[in-house]
Design a protein around this ligand. Structure first.
Ligand code: SF4
Length: 171
């Protein structure tokens, strides 16, 4: 299997979501949150396509790459900064390095917060990512779907109905 930036992200969010996504159980089409995220991309950066390239690398798709400046731009519609996003971008830089392209950095952009955050790959991160990739492979290849988060931590996850339909509100 190919570990992607999305799986790196989900590894930090919820191991169950990671397993469901990687094993082809998809609910995103039913999610308003995912639709809203796409809208944020389109509305925030209407001129993007002319300035940046889409890059496909190691099974991942990077929507906005500035090849001249060697900067990955990753846009998140979230109203809070999250560690999962930082690792996703570090992973993209790691993929570039694996292809022999050095000196790439990332910028996380939060249009709703009107903030940006620079992301670099530090020496210790490479080993952490190697370990993370092995753990992700083990989770995904396990026949058993992992335990989920407790209900109140699930936010607006598109799998919420899948995980919790039939349970009472108090659970
Ligand atoms: S609903 Fe909760 S437990 Fe289920 S996949 Fe989403 S975050 Fe994980």
């Amino acid at each position: 299997m190919m570990v992607t930036g999305t799986l790196i992200n989900l590894y930090h969010v919820c191991k169950r979501e990671l397993w469901l996504h990687a094993n082809g159980v998809r609910m995103e089409h039913t999610s308003d949150v995912v639709t809203e995220g796409k809208l944020v991309h389109e509305v925030s950066y209407p001129q993007r396509t002319a300035k940046y390239e889409e890059v496909r690398i190691g099974g991942s798709v990077i929507d906005y790459y500035d090849s001249k400046a060697k900067v990955i731009h990753e846009i998140k519609k979230s109203a809070s900064k999250e560690e999962a996003y930082v690792w996703q971008v570090k992973f993209y830089i790691y993929l570039f390095e694996r292809e022999g392209i050095e000196g790439v950095v990332g910028i996380l952009e939060y249009p709703l917060l009107r903030e940006t955050q620079q992301v670099v790959l530090e020496d210790a991160d490479r080993k952490i990512l190697d370990r993370m990739i092995m753990e992700i492979e083990a989770i995904v290849e396990d026949e058993a779907c992992p335990e989920g988060l407790s209900k109140r931590k699930c936010g607006q996850c598109s799998y919420f109905e899948f995980c919790y339909s039939g349970e009472s509100e108090e659970e």
